[in-house]
Ligand binder design. Structure first.
Ligand SMILES: [Mg+2]
Length: 311
């Protein structure tokens, strides 16, 4: 799809949003948001590393590219407003690929009330690349960072983890509405979305907060995909390491944790208390006692698997 065709296509599908004064088509978009601070994030997907185009299909790849950014916006408890999309199309790509891709991007953005206000497409000799930049806005309670967890806090997770490579990494719902609802109902001390894996992302939160965490093995909710694993790694290993679950991990006071778990305020989702914040270290409590938990995820390289350190 040529640059101009893309802009026309996008223009025809960009709904009017009150704070978007000028959408795609000029040298830059013009926005005039009112209200609180903006959060800005970007995430890039590379064919072969983050997805296999032939298996996933263009629309699913577009949805994932938007949803991983929406998930980061959710992880700040912010409302998504605008997205910008930069795409490198393989020279061999036909119009159907570009249209499928943008249909997926658009559907995911619309689902969360986010407007695609601009972008750029280029063709090149390499594989498909998509970078989305997302701009969101904090609510009146402000954005929630990774850095506010306190010793004694409880860690809650918004859904089961593990085995996302079986399909969830393409079809997940970013927890935008969930984050906003939780932020309105509880004092969220710290928040992060699970992209690198439960153990790795709990550790990211701990590192930013200057604390440690103790997870209780038997409480960690596992997906059917993790429970059905037949690759020699235990379901728990899948849950702790796999990544791309895109559930949220929140640190809240013991009182808020007890109330949230008891009242279960999220329709269709179960909040689970998986552990506590401790002064230092990352630990796993099992029936055999407390043991150190390595803070790394498990990296799928679509063919060759390898482990990676927490970054
Ligand atoms: Mg994140």
């Amino acid at each position: 799809m040529s640059e101009l065709a893309f802009i026309d296509w996008l223009r025809a599908r960009t709904p009017a949003a009150a704070s978007v004064l000028l959408g795609p088509g000029d040298d830059a978009a013009i926005v005039a948001p009112t209200g609180g601070p903006l959060v800005v994030t970007t995430d890039m997907l590379l064919e072969g590393s983050c997805f296999v185009l032939a298996e996933a299909g263009a629309a699913a790849v577009g949805r994932k590219a938007m949803n991983v950014n929406l998930s980061d916006c959710a992880a700040m408890a912010a409302r998504p407003l605008y997205a910008l999309v930069a795409v490198g199309l393989p020279r061999s790509a036909d119009r159907r690929l570009a249209e499928g891709l943008f249909a997926g991007l658009q559907a995911a953005a619309h689902a969360e009330g986010c407007a695609i206000i601009g972008g750029d497409t280029n063709t090149w000799a390499g594989p498909l690349t998509i970078a989305v930049t997302l701009i969101g806005q904090a609510t009146g309670r402000g954005p929630v960072r990774r850095s506010g967890a306190q010793v004694g806090d409880h860690l809650l997770v918004t859904g089961p983890v593990g085995g996302s490579i079986q399909g969830h990494h393409l079809t997940f719902t970013p927890r935008v509405q969930v984050a906003l609802a939780l932020h309105a109902q509880a004092d969220l001390h710290a928040l992060i979305d699970i992209s690198d894996g439960l153990a790795a992302d709990v550790w990211h939160l701990c590192t930013e907060s200057g604390v440690g965490a103790e997870l209780v093995a038997e409480r960690i909710p596992l997906t059917p995909a993790a429970l059905a694993s037949t690759d020699g790694r235990s379901p728990l290993e899948h849950g702790l390491r796999d990544g791309e679950d895109f559930e949220l991990i929140l640190a809240v006071s013991p009182t808020d944790a007890e109330r949230l778990v008891r009242t279960q305020p999220l329709a269709g989702l179960t909040l689970t208390d998986i552990g506590t914040i401790v002064p230092t270290g990352l630990w796993l409590l099992t029936t055999a006692g407390r043991q150190p938990l390595a803070p790394h995820g498990y990296e799928h390289r679509f063919g060759t698997d390898s482990q990676r350190g927490a970054g």
